[in-house]
Design a protein around this ligand. Structure first.
Ligand code: UD1
Length: 370
């Protein structure tokens, strides 16, 4: 409740695939509170069913209250379209808090609109830094955090980053990893009898691959070098590769075909199926942020094809290893890593399935988590 006894109005703005698993546990907690009205706005940054609606349905999220349907475009076009269309929604709904998630274009666009209207901004997954200013996500993270009043961090290093940038300590809440909340909620249904996840029917040992960062897929030479190594690795382990639309377009442009059925190219995979695939795999090769965390939580080796990460805890305490986007580096790292699954996964502080509870406590009851 606000001080005047009216319900607190919170508006969550999401738009791209990795936002939805961060929103779901928070939406559930807020739906349980009588003193809160929670609205969801989907910007439409992702619009293909497999990247959007499938996730909302699987996660039990209600249909968004508004869909801004901005679609694809250059960064400026997409950011500007979200801002233009979100402003009147905020003026009409008059939320006290706008919640934004992660580091996509929808995140920074919504934070800018809210901050300029004088609405408090809460950033879920604040404080992550790769130090790589050539990544659009790094720009989004830094700007969003600068605009935020409530900064919900997943790990202690994220809080340290924010304090080093001068963010007052009282704005920072170390709540834990809200994406792991979604994973924890599903785990009982995902685990096979051996507790490690079922291997897909009849599949032999396999490696899951996802690549979609511009730095890996936009330059044909870089992409061809990585594909060459994946083709070589498929002699030893089957490769299962759900392909993001950006990557699909690049593969089409260079006329690439998989070398045989040891390398299976799939359409983007729904959330639960993806977790099942990962849980049954020997190794994940990726450039995704979320998979670095999910593999760490599950104790599955991960090779991240990037020279930096905003999630260093997955390397220092988890199962993640970074490699530059070069064929030789990837080949060596993959061969060293596969089969090294941990029976006891690492335990990371506050990656415990309760991050959304803490966020709701901060939003509704003024709690603080240091
Ligand atoms: C975005 C995020 C990235 C995140 C990724 C997860 C930014 C800057 N990037 O990257 O951090 O890891 O989402 O997927 O916000 N497209 C489709 N269908 C869709 C959406 C996109 O075909 O539903 C194609 C379009 O050709 C589009 C391209 O994918 O131009 C890229 O989409 P965009 O949302 O700009 O960035 P992502 O690469 O998905």
């Amino acid at each position: 409740m606000t001080r005047r006894g009216t319900p607190l109005t919170i508006l969550s703005v999401v738009g791209a695939r990795p936002n939805f698993m961060k929103l779901a546990p928070i939406a559930r907690r807020l739906a349980e509170r009588r003193d809160v009205r929670h609205f969801i706005v989907h910007t439409g940054q992702h619009y293909d069913r497999e990247l959007s609606d499938v996730f909302l349905e699987e996660l039990g999220l209600p249909p968004p209250d508004e869909n801004l349907a901005v679609g694809s475009g250059s960064h400026a076009q997409q950011t500007a379209a979200i801002m233009e269309r979100l402003e009147p929604v905020c003026e009409r709904m008059r939320p006290q808090i706008v919640l934004v998630y992660g580091d996509v274009n929808s995140t920074v666009a919504a934070a800018l609109v809210a901050a300029k209207l004088g609405i408090r901004v809460g950033h879920v997954e604040a404080g992550l830094r790769s130090g790589d200013w050539s990544m659009p996500e790094e720009i989004n993270r830094v700007v969003t955090d600068r605009l935020s009043d409530l900064l919900f961090t997943p790990s202690r290093d994220a809080g340290d980053n924010l304090r080093a940038e001068g963010v007052p300590t009282e704005r920072i809440h170390f709540v834990g990893n809200v994406m792991i909340d979604s994973l924890v909620a599903l785990l009982p249904r995902l685990r096979g009898r051996n507790g490690r996840g079922r291997r897909e029917d009849g599949r032999r040992p396999y490696v899951v691959v996802t690549l979609h960062r511009p730095s890996n897929v936009d330059d044909p030479d870089t992409l061809c070098g990585l594909l060459q190594v994946l083709a070589e690795l498929s002699d030893d382990r089957q490769i299962v590769f759900p392909v993001h639309p950006r990557t699909r377009a690049r593969l089409r442009a260079i006329g690439w075909q998989p070398p045989g059925d040891r390398m299976a190219l799939l359409e983007p995979v729904p959330y639960r199926d993806m977790l099942r695939l990962v849980m049954g795999s020997d190794l994940v090769i990726t450039d995704s942020g979320g998979l670095q965390e999910e593999t760490t939580f599950l104790g599955i080796p991960c090779v991240t094809v990037r020279s930096t990460t905003e999630r260093p805890i997955t390397c220092t305490e988890g199962t993640n290893r970074l490699v530059a986007p070069r064929g030789d580096a990837l080949r060596r790292a993959a061969r060293e890593a596969w089969g090294r699954r941990r029976d006891t996964p690492p335990r990371i502080e506050r990656w415990d399935g309760r991050a959304a509870d803490r966020i709701a406590d901060v939003l509704c009851d003024g709690a603080s988590f240091r």
